[in-house]
Design a protein around this ligand. Sequence first.
Ligand code: TEU
Length: 536
Amino acid sequence: MDQDNSDWWRHGIFYQVYPRSFQDSDGDGVGDIRGIIERLPYLVELGVDAVWLSPIFPSPMADFGYDISDYTGIDPLFGTTEDFDELIAAAHDAGLKLILDLVPNHTSDQHPWFVEARSSRENAQRDWYIWRDPAPDGGPPNNWLSEFGGSAWTYDEASGQYYYHAFLAQQPDLNWRNPEVRAAIHDVMRFWLRKGVDGFRVDVIWHLIKDAEFRDNPPNPHYLEGRPPHETLLTQYSTDQPEVHAVITEMRRVTEEFDDRVLIGEVYLPLHRLIAYYGNDLRGAQMPFNFALLSTMWSARSVEKIIADYEKALPPGAWPNWVLGNHDRPRVASRVGTAQASVAAMLLLTLRGTPTLYYGDEIGMRQVPIAPNQVRDPFEKNVPDIGVGRDGCRTPMQWSAEPYAGFSTVKPWLPLARDFASDNVASLAAVPASILNLYKALIALRRMMPQLAYGNYEPVMAHGDVLLYRRRSMDGVAVIALNFGAESTAITSSAIGFSNEILLSTFMDREGEKVEGMLDLRANEGVILGPPLRPA
Ligand code: TEU
């Protein structure tokens, strides 16, 4: 199938780099841009197409870069503007697209815009943020809660008003009802797009517009004891307002002033609300992130249901996408277990829709235990001891058995996994059936078989621990059989449909095996079947 270049994000495989933890090049224990440049050959070898960087802009780092004080600069911790320009050029030379994190919902409280806005009620930029008078009792203007603990309103003594922050008090929300704010962020987008950036992952895009009347949020009847306190309320009035879609369409238009760019939206919402983020006539985000796999029960049946519901809910023409991990959620290898991490990899890379990999998942990195005195995440600091900490999934990439895992020459900002001496890129690359080599093989197969990238998704069955589906296009059919269980099992070939051979097993030892009559699956095994591949 011929695809023009504008389609790259549909067939491409995305890879999220958390810059603080990818590669330190200057010996300060924190990853940086030059480190990423050094590691581009690794990403090329892995076979991914696009790299998304979590924020690298100047920031007081109260939320590790999601509190930006200058949208068009580079934080010295990560390098210089020249380093960044070199990164874009090197990525493009290597055939990789580069996606930046756009954080338009809030700035740092140190951003000059907020410093201005805060300076007085009369300041011309006052309305760039969300200011409200105190309630009659002097308390916050309404009951909205910060995701990171406590009220979402902070009182500003000097001007006698509260400002709104969905996250930390150091992250005041911008007022997206103000056209000047929109124009300012559009210019930020143009600044990076002109430099050649291939698109944005837009942080908390469903938060941008809040209720015009600032009504109280209702209680959450499904609140579970032990969950973070902000979940005691629904976010009915503080997020996901109908007017947000016009705002996103404007952002989309800005990306379309340039060729072949992509807009990805971070959206944590139930499916029926999520799909609205494709926009009317698909004029919203091309890819509102689909996080369903992050929170599902890991069983054949619940995963099949997620796929079926998502496929059914997608608006006509909307392109699907799938995510197994990110810098906010526990590592997939810890959620589903090491044995199932390979099955999860095969699932991610054989589903219909663009996959986004999270750095380190390809070497099976697990949550790293964080001792109380090692906690860096402000969420964990503000809402301690209930397991919300995000440090454990943000630990340094394990490159080799060298000191500090080849990530740095000094003690890194977060602890390394204790098993890094055995579980690292260098050692796993040398083990033929390692998870790293499985990822490479899956990515290569997806590239060789257009039906895996573009084919229809056809459910076959979810029975016991087995999930079976087909991907079909004009190029042919692929059958995927995944065993979610720790026992071996067998599937009759009538379920598979036709005689095939095994193209790849998660154990990487059955390629070329003919399947007639029965397909045996070992415990925790997944296989891809199809017509024999013609040698390239
Ligand atoms: O995350 C938004 C978001 O939904 C998180 O608040 C999530 O619920 C939380 O991390 C618990 O898993 C984005 C960024 O990805 C996150 O790193 C930032 O801290 C947050 O926005 C604020 O910018």
